[in-house]
Design a protein around this ligand. Structure first.
Ligand code: PLP
Length: 285
């Protein structure tokens, strides 16, 4: 039985591990119905992105409109945005279609692929902060993305180095001031020692902490053991889609996030090992 409907607004990954393709697999694995509006096509595999073709914003708008006028949308999940114009277009569409009711929005602020390709130009950050963050229910940055958003808002240095548990939590709290209701700072780029200080060498990496901050000073820490893996392609997309799926099924944000983190963790552990580079996780478990 289908237990909710999610509109994914994101880019396509031809290798199927990230982007829209991953989002749809994650939603299907959760028993949730996926609808899509495509921001960009990428020619991509586990070793890198070879080309990006942006969808004209007017066409993107038509896709979003077509879904909203006919289908009930429980949750919107946004991934790769591609350009400033795309962001402006999505914000205008969401404003129009949210008339009378709040749209539940999960925003994964995708900026750079693990393999280095730029998926959102730096100049578009400001538009994302201004137009999308204030209508976001759950924002899911990794540490480099959190730093870039805070630097753009003049709140922190982009190249700050150390990152212990305190830094993860304070970044989350500062991001809340930009408008989202909840922020999940993903700690995978900033592994910790067991005493929650920053790991300075590879040998010191012991745990990863994802930190969820929200209303009324709520702080929820989700801890996993550090594991070196070459199967992390699309983890950000998959995590945000799992959160969106859980919200569409009626879970509250803390449970939706905790369950999604466990889903991705298990997906990495049981990854199929496809490709010569950074491969996909297992979406079906
Ligand atoms: N390609 C697309 C279309 C994406 O939306 C994303 C999402 O973050 C990526 C690639 C990045 O994948 P990776 O996890 O390898 O950085």
């Amino acid at each position: 039985m289908v237990q909710g409907k999610v509109l994914v607004i994101a880019g396509s990954d031809s290798s199927g591990g990230a982007g829209l393709e991953a989002d749809q697999k994650v939603l299907a694995a959760h028993g949730v119905y996926a609808m899509t509006a495509t921001t960009a096509l990428t020619a991509q595999n586990t070793t890198g992105v070879t080309a990006i073709h942006e969808i004209p914003p007017a066409f993107l708008r038509k896709q979003i409109d077509a879904v909203f006028v006919d289908m009930d949308v429980d949750v919107v999940k946004i991934g790769m945005l591609a350009s400033t114009e795309t962001i402006t277009t999505i914000a205008a569409a969401l404003a129009e279609h949210s008339q009378g009711k709040q749209i539940v929005l999960v925003l994964d602020p995708v900026m750079v692929a693990t393999t280095g390709a730029e998926l959102l130009p730096h100049v578009a950050l400001n538009e994302m902060c201004k137009k999308l963050l204030p209508r976001t229910k759950v924002l899911t940055p990794n540490v480099p993305e959190a730093r870039m958003l805070l630097a753009d808002a003049g709140l922190a240095a982009q190249d700050a180095e150390i990152c212990g548990l305190d830094d993860l939590e304070s970044m989350g709290r500062q991001l809340l001031s930009l408008g989202p209701e909840w922020v999940l700072v993903k700690g995978g780029h900033a592994p910790l020692r067991r005493n929650y200080t920053a790991a300075k060498t590879a040998e010191e990496r012991e745990v990863v902490m994802d930190v969820l901050v929200g209303p009324d000073d709520q702080v929820i820490r989700i801890e996993t053991l550090w594991k070196t893996s070459t199967s992390t392609h699309g983890t950000g997309c998959s995590l945000a889609s799992a959160i969106a799926a859980n919200l569409a099924k009626g879970m509250q944000v803390p449970d939706a996030v905790k369950n999604a983190c466990r889903y991705v963790e298990a997906g990495i552990t049981t990854a199929p090992g496809f490709g010569k580079g950074n491969g996909p996780l297992n979406h079906f478990h």
